[in-house]
Design a protein around this ligand. Structure first.
Ligand code: UT7
Length: 330
């Protein structure tokens, strides 16, 4: 499904924030209690370390810190809408987003959660920017926040090596399509036939993933989605200055880039340091790219995700030059 823009009014990225827990868990740390090794994990996934939150941390704590940082980055104190994309809400009911809004002093703002697993941030960006384009609200915080450490089986080497905790957020305001930072279009899709490939089985506590089957589907789905959104805004694949893909596996990112014909220096990859943070992955990668000066004002960006559901999605935007702010839990 593509959302076709109808007017010049659109959402513009005006702030970017992150929050990562302090504790770093290396591959060697995991290899002490799992039948695995740093060499296997690094070679097969590109991951060297990930952040794991202290017990008692809530997804809303990470989300609020990242959202507060995004507000600071945007030099704003108010916002009309808070959308939290997460697989690990604080509780089944109510949603996490109103609590995040309250923590930021945004009582009265519209606030809801969005569940699309690893594609959650792109889905939430699409929803919030469409609401801004429609005039329903003038500003929004879009947050991806995850505590996969609460749903990963520490004894399962096929998932425990991959996932990490963290949160990232963007602040959006109303602007026009020619503004640097303009969010131009989206491509979203799903295939519920693959719902068992990444799932917390009903009545169970832990996530199960059939990694190889996900991998095989992720590469063509991400490539096709990225191409669709690029085409919809009039870009050739080669026009993409930075491809910011969901950080699930460095080999997936490289395969997608190869299919798109993009050189490796246009592929944003921070998976080595943070692992797979699901809905938080893309805003964290975006912030890393901005810190590393890998993206500059006016660059053409494609964000592409794939994950549980199955779901996938892409967004095309230009870059505003926004400097990220890094929040903390302390
Ligand atoms: O974020 C949501 C979307 N998720 C994804 O996109 C995940 C996509 N999938 C992947 O990234 C990869 O499939 C994994 C990293 C999960 C697994 O890598 P793989 O190259 O697909 O490995 P595999 O599952 O095919 O396993 C290959 C071998 C097996 O041994 P045998 O049967 O060949 O003897 C596994 O038992 O590697 C073994 N293995 C491991 N060995 C050491 C699986 N996990 C590990 C491990 N350490 N952690």
């Amino acid at each position: 499904m593509r959302t076709q823009p109808t007017n010049d009014r659109c959402a513009v990225v005006t702030g970017l924030g992150t929050c990562l827990p302090d504790r770093i868990v290396t591959n060697d740390d995991l290899a002490r209690h799992l039948d695995t090794s740093h060499a296997w994990i690094h070679e097969r996934t590109g991951i060297a370390r990930r952040r794991i939150a202290a017990p008692g941390t809530a997804t809303s704590d990470l989300a609020a810190a990242a959202a507060r940082a995004a507000l600071t980055s945007a030099e704003r104190t108010a916002c009309d809408l808070v959308v939290v994309a997460t697989t690990t809400p604080d509780q089944a009911c109510p949603a996490t987003a109103p609590r995040v809004a309250s923590a930021l002093g945004l009582t009265g703002a519209a606030a809801f959660d969005l569940a699309a697993v690893c594609s959650g941030f792109v889905y939430a960006l699409s929803v919030a920017s469409s609401m801004i384009s429609a005039g329903t609200c003038r500003s929004a915080l879009v947050v991806g926040a995850e505590l996969y450490s609460t749903i990963v089986d520490p004894g399962d080497r096929s998932t425990a090596i991959i996932f990490g905790d963290g949160a990232g957020a963007v602040h959006l305001e109303q602007g026009s399509r020619s503004d640097p930072g303009a969010v131009l279009d989206h491509d979203l899709g799903s295939d519920g036939d693959g719902r068992d490939l990444i799932a917390v089985p009903r009545g169970e506590r832990y996530l199960r993933m059939r990694g190889r089957e996900v991998y095989v589907q992720a590469v063509p789905a991400m490539t096709d989605s990225a191409l669709r959104v690029a085409k919809s805004v009039g870009w050739q694949a080669g026009d993409i200055d930075a491809f910011v893909g969901h950080q699930a596996n460095i080999r997936i990112l490289r395969s997608v880039a190869k299919r798109l014909g993009l050189p490796e220096d246009r592929v944003v990859a921070n998976i080595e340091d943070v692992g797979n943070t699901a809905a938080a992955s893309i805003p964290l990668a975006l912030a890393w790219a901005a810190d590393q000066h890998r993206i500059k004002r006016g660059d053409r960006l494609v964000l592409t995700a794939f994950g549980g559901g199955l779901t996938w999605g892409s967004s095309a935007l230009t870059w505003s030059g926004t400097r990220p702010v890094h929040g903390s839990l302390r």
